[in-house]
Ligand binder design. Structure first.
Ligand code: NAD
Length: 507
């Protein structure tokens, strides 16, 4: 992704959305949105100015005064229309997503679908945003809670799910009665913008949803703006930690979902074919650029003999452009990402791991410029090697052998990340022990990528998350609302006089 001069008018500029109007930024700095399979420049995205960010937050702040009082039914009917529009436009937006991000068309549709499920969940807000009520907490006194919207919320999203992750955020925030400023990834904002257009078409009023583009300066402006009450972030650990610290220091509620190193633990009694399929799909699908991708395979006992089979399974995957039929593994998102991944593969070799499958130098006919890396597998990996300590975020699996399930659990628990993990076994007892003792927030049992459906929340833990409440599910309703507790007493006899009570008792 490179900076480009403003004079390059050959490609469209991605607009900002402020107060219901799509506007051209007066930015002086832009980034190219590049097709990772071809290097074609699809658009240029402005790094919005400070006054544009302020205008977006101002519009959201003004819109909150009305939107917060909009009846629940009116809010959820916007979401009902929104979900219908997403379904209608899914294939069109998937093509845009594949062009700007690289993943296969089927996976792009999946990206949209997993976001759509959150919009469907938002349609249940009538039963989600409910308070509690206790009658007679003291004589003639009742206590009840209100789940009130908190105000202007901001969302900052990564490149790897340009549909799903924005849809984790703004639909739930808005349906709770908040207003929103979204800062999509500057690497692939086009499909996100298409979804926002559908939200407006569905009836989201002016100012309720705003979009600004940019990088660090824009993010920092959102994290420090006094009118922003909550910040949702998804992205790398370094940036997520910065966002969490900065926004928290400015009094905001923050949820920050960050990097990962997801271990799949394979016991020798696992269903071999299904497990090999799962490992290859979860390790190399989306070119390994999923926060829940399997990146470490822990082979226990006799399962250590499965490495040649895993290599053969990986070799069956077709590397190619995401838009080409039959592609399993698309390009990684950028030239810079490819160089970084190649650097880590070289480091793995230098540090003494054995490269049993080398995806470097893969050639894709018709796409000589693409950022392709084929499936790559290391064995003999130690936990002090950079291919183990760093999130590679590419199609690279590292394999570690251990003798027992206890050793495997200890290994996973020593790793600082806690996004996802999986165990592959036919033994209920082993699976139950694993789910009980593993210190990772999302666990799959014979499931490689255990991302919860939206009726539950996304519950990554430890080094993969800062903040208490996760995206979607019931937790996000807590995140996007303030609980107000009311204690009320109504007198039905105006002649009664209880006298002055100077104690704290209600009686
Ligand atoms: P990133 O951290 O580089 O970017 C995320 C967002 O932060 C983008 O909108 C970007 O513009 C902004 N940003 C970048 N640099 C910044 C800076 N210095 N200061 C402030 N803002 C900045 O992440 P990415 O490369 O787009 O996404 C990949 C990462 O996201 C991986 O680490 C992956 O594991 C993680 N991720 C995590 C989850 C999860 O739920 N835990 C989900 C998806 C992705």
């Amino acid at each position: 992704m490179s900076a480009v001069p403003k004079t390059d008018n050959a490609v469209p500029t991605v607009p900002l959305l402020i107060n219901g109007e799509w506007v051209d930024s007066s930015a002086t700095e832009f980034r190219n949105v590049v097709n990772p399979a071809t290097q074609e420049v699809l658009a240029r995205v402005p790094l919005a100015t400070a006054s544009e960010v302020a205008a977006a937050v101002g519009a959201a702040h003004r819109a909150f005064a009305t939107w917060r009082h909009t009846p629940i039914g009116a809010r959820l009917r916007v979401m009902l229309r929104f979900q219908a529009l997403i379904r209608e436009h899914s294939k069109r937006i998937a093509a845009i997503l594949t062009a700007e991000q690289g993943k296969t068309l089927a996976d792009a549709e999946g990206d949209i679908f997993r976001g759509l499920e959150v919009v469907e969940h938002a349609c249940s807000i009538g039963t989600l945003q409910q308070g509690g009520f206790a009658e007679n907490v003291a004589a003639t006194v009742d206590t009840y809670t209100l789940q009130q919207p908190i105000g202007v919320c901001a969302g900052i999203t990564p490149f790897n799910f340009p549909a799903m992750i924005p849809l984790w955020m703004f639909p739930m925030a808005i349906v709770c009665g908040n207003t929103f400023v979204l800062k999509p990834s500057e690497q692939d904002p086009l499909s996100t913008v298409e979804l926002v257009k559908l939200a407006l078409e569905a009836g989201v009023p002016p100012g309720v949803l705003n979009v600004v583009h940019g990088a660090k300066d824009v993010v920092d402006a959102l994290c420090t703006h006094p009118d922003i009450k909550a910040v949702s972030f998804v992205g790398s650990t370094a940036v997520g930690t910065h966002v969490y610290n900065l926004a928290s220091a400015h009094g905001k509620r923050v949820q920050s979902m960050m990097g990962a190193k997801n271990h799949a633990v394979v016991l020798p009694d696992a269903h071999k074919e299904q497990t090999l399929n799962a490992l290859a799909g979860a390790g190399f699908g989306a070119a390994g650029q999923r926060c829940m991708a399997t990146s470490v395979v822990v082979l226990v006992g006799a399962a250590r003999d499965w490495v040649p089979d895993l290599v053969e399974r990986a070799k069956t995957l077709k590397v190619g452009a995401g838009a080409e039929a039959g592609t399993d593994v698309g390009p990684v998102v950028s030239v810079a990402a490819k160089e970084r991944i190649l650097g880590l593969i070289a480091a793995g070799e230098r540090e003494g791991a054995t490269l049993v499958l080398d995806g470097r130098g893969v050639e894709v006919p018709g796409f000589p410029q693409g950022n392709f890396i084929g499936p790559t597998i290391f064995t003999d990996v130690r936990t002090d090697m950079s291919i183990y300590t760093e999130e590679i975020f590419g199609p690279v699996l590292v394999v570690i052998g251990v003798d027992t399930l206890d050793e495997a659990i200890a290994l996973v628990n020593r790793n600082p990340f806690g996004n996802g993990t999986g165990v592959f076994t036919q033994s209920g007892a082993a699976a139950r022990k694993f789910q009980s003792e593993i210190d990772v927030g999302q666990v799959g049992i014979n499931i490689p990528i255990p991302v919860p459906v939206p009726y539950f929340s996304f519950t990554g833990s430890r080094g993969s998350k800062l903040g208490d409440l996760g995206p979607y599910g019931k937790q996000v309703v807590q995140f996007y609302t303030q609980t107000k507790t009311v204690t009320a007493r109504w007198f039905d006899d105006a002649t009664v006089n209880d006298g002055v009570n100077t104690t704290i008792s209600l009686k």
